[in-house]
Design a protein around this ligand. Structure first.
Ligand code: GDP
Ligand code: MG
Length: 287
């Protein structure tokens, strides 16, 4: 009999949730950044190994909301925690021990699903400095691959028997245009400085796969006219570099050449505006 189930990767911002999702799936699906709060919407990644299908959800980091976008991120994270059959609670090993998830997530009651404590970034802690930890704790490193097999074995033990939900070859469930929009944001996190990436949103206006190269028209939104100038850069230099980086990421996932027609527009204060958030896909559940 096969096993199959959903596992949420939950924790504070920047603990390595998205990096671990990518390491588990073996594909760059979730955007990663040294800057916190890069994940705004859940990303689903699939791994089918032997008799087990793992359906992972990378969730936005748990944080105190400062504006409406944060509230949608927190709601998405809590929903993902609520929906999962297993909760992998991630915390950096270098900051051992982790506070209780319920406290970090500011939850009124204990989550329903069992929690597996996963200490991340184990490669950054010298063996001599390592805490012993509880026997059930898992130490992992997405960089060296340490602990990943043990983590999967533990998850397998916690998953119910049942048929696979997806084809064993599938890695993702969300549409390619979702990933295209995400990779444009990832490029923005890489190419823009300080607070600017937090004012950036992206939207795909057109996604034509029937053409060669694939034609994608996308808009990168910022909140103010002055930000638009910075994103475009002198002689269009910044937006050109950003577009080239985003295109390379999209091509890597599609395995096809892409023409990315990228425009910059101002959507005033979109982070604090319910209608704009909804339009940008930050209102509802996972795609
Ligand atoms: N050394 C090391 N760095 C990591 C590891 N996992 C994540 N990181 C880094 O930690 C930062 C935050 O990672 P990310 O996956 O975006 O965290 P998230 O906000 O929890 O999704 C990035 O700079 C990653 O490269 C790891 O296992 N080892
Ligand atoms: Mg993330």
């Amino acid at each position: 009999m096969t096993r199959c189930g959903t596992i949420v990767l939950a924790g504070r911002p920047n603990v390595g949730k998205s990096t671990l999702l990518n390491a588990l799936v073996g594909e760059h699906l979730a955007i990663v950044s040294p800057k916190p709060q890069s994940t705004r919407r859940p990303v689903i990644g699939l791994l089918t190994r032997d008799d087990t299908q793992y359906i992972f959800t990378d969730s936005p980091g748990l944080l105190e909301p400062e504006y409406q976008l944060h509230e949608t991120m927190r709601a998405a994270a809590l929903r993902a925690i609520d929906d999962a059959e297993l909760i992998a609670y991630l915390h950096p090993l270098g900051e051992y021990p982790a506070p209780p998830l319920r406290k970090v997530a500011n939850m009124e009651r204990e989550p329903r699903a069992p929690i597996i404590m996963v200490y991340t970034k184990a490669d950054l802690v010298r063996p001599s400095d390592r805490p012993t930890g509880a026997p059930s704790d898992v130490f992992v490193s997405a960089v060296t691959g340490e602990g990943i097999d043990r983590f999967l074995a533990k998850l397998r033990d916690g998953l119910e028997e049942g048929p696979f939900h997806y084809d064993p070859d599938e890695l993702a469930t969300q549409p390619l245009r979702f990933f295209a929009a995400e990779f444009i944001r990832e490029a923005a996190f890489e190419q823009l400085h300080e607070e600017l990436p937090y004012s950036v949103a992206s939207e795909i206006d057109e996604f034509r796969e029937s053409t060669e190269p694939v034609y994608i028209r996308a808009v990168l939104y910022v909140e103010r006219e002055s930000q638009k100038g910075i994103v475009i850069g002198e002689g269009g230099r910044t937006i050109k570099a950003l577009g080239a980086a985003a295109r390379a990421k999209i091509e890597a996932l599609l395995g096809r050449r892409v023409f990315l027609d990228l425009h910059v527009k101002v959507l005033p204060k979109w982070r604090r505006d319910a209608l704009s958030l909804k339009r940008l896909g930050y209102g509802g559940g996972a795609l």
